[in-house]
Structures are given as C-alpha cells and as structure tokens.
Design a protein around this ligand. Structure first.
Ligand SMILES: [Zn+2]
Length: 185
C-alpha cells in the first residue's frame, strides 16, 4: 500500500462547483446566488463538496501528527489505499517517520483544528464563499420582496444579508466567515 505523505493532499480535491452539491441545497444556493448577481453583488466560491475520503485523510493525519494518535491504530477507509505505518529497512515500526509523514500532510492541508470526519461539506450541504458589493445592495429575498441593505460590512458578514440568505435556505454560520449551509452548521 502507498505510504502516507504529502502526495496524498492532491487527491480527492474539494470541489468549488455548485453542481456537486446535494439537490435541495444546490437549488437553494443557486437561487440565492442568482439574487446576488441580479443585485450587482460579486461572489467567489472557495469550497462546496469535500469528499469523505479527503475528510478521512485530513482527520487522521492531524490526529497522528498533532494528537499523538498511534498510526498503527488508524482505521482503514474503503477505497483509500493508504498505509499510515512507516517501517525501517529491517521491518520494525518507525514512529518518527510515521508521524513526520502525517505532519507533512497536515501542514500541506493547512489544518489548524482537528477536521471532522463528517460535516455539511462532506454531505454536500455547505458552501464557503466570499461576497462583496458597493453602495446599497437592493436584493430580492425568496418571497420576492426587495430588501435594501445599506449597512456594513459589504460582505458575507452582513447580518441583514444573513436574513436574505436564510429566506432562500442558505444559512450563515457566523463563527466561520466564509461558511453557509442548509442549517447553519
Ligand atoms: Zn465551510
């Protein structure tokens, strides 16, 4: 089996495409994005669907590298042919090499906190995006009413915009600046 290491990070990439999202949330997000576009706002999408395989690799590399988890105890995931246990030429377990390879993965992923194995992203029910506009944003909510947003910031952190997003079923997680989902988690 291929050994753990930074080369895994390029596999199972996170999607930035709305079309990879689960149907209900995809519809909600497309409607919200259409309203934003019609109102003259701009958006860039950084992440939609995170493959469960990527979540598995991010989670366990972090635990081995940063939480002293024994790489020999990492559970296997069907379809992910990774060997977390590095060995010396004589066949004995090499803890230093095993942790070093996991650490290279964690660093390359840019992980700061322990990643969840499942999340709204792995379920196709979340988006990370940056929003901006200038002046007053006049945007229609899902009920077709025009909402005039003159408040700041002119970004996804704007609480008046959160109400508009929620009307479409795109709910802000305030603690995570780019993150919106179907239920705010
Ligand atoms: Zn997110």
């Amino acid at each position: 089996m291929p050994l753990s290491g930074a080369q895994w990070v390029a596999l199972y990439p996170t999607s930035t495409s709305v079309s990879d999202l689960e149907l209900d949330f995809r519809t909600s997000l497309n409607n919200f994005l259409a309203a934003l576009t019609a109102a003259g706002a701009s958006y860039t999408i950084a992440a939609t669907l995170r493959p469960p395989e990527r979540a598995y690799l991010m989670h366990w590399s972090y635990r081995v590298a940063r939480e002293n988890y024994d790489p020999r105890q990492v559970p296997a995931m069907t379809g992910v042919n990774i060997d977390w246990v590095h060995k010396r030429p004589n066949g004995s377990y090499d803890e230093t090499a095993s942790r070093s390879a996991a650490n290279a993965m964690t660093t390359s992923y840019g992980t700061v906190y322990r990643p969840s194995l499942t999340s709204r992203h792995t379920e196709g029910r979340a988006v990370d995006m940056n929003l901006s506009w200038s002046g007053t944003l006049r945007i229609r909510n899902a009920q077709g009413q025009e909402v005039s947003i003159g408040s700041t910031p002119r970004s996804g952190a704007n609480t008046d915009l959160h109400d508009v997003g929620a009307s479409y079923g795109v709910v802000k997680l305030v603690s995570d600046p780019p993150h919106w989902s179907d239920d705010g988690h």
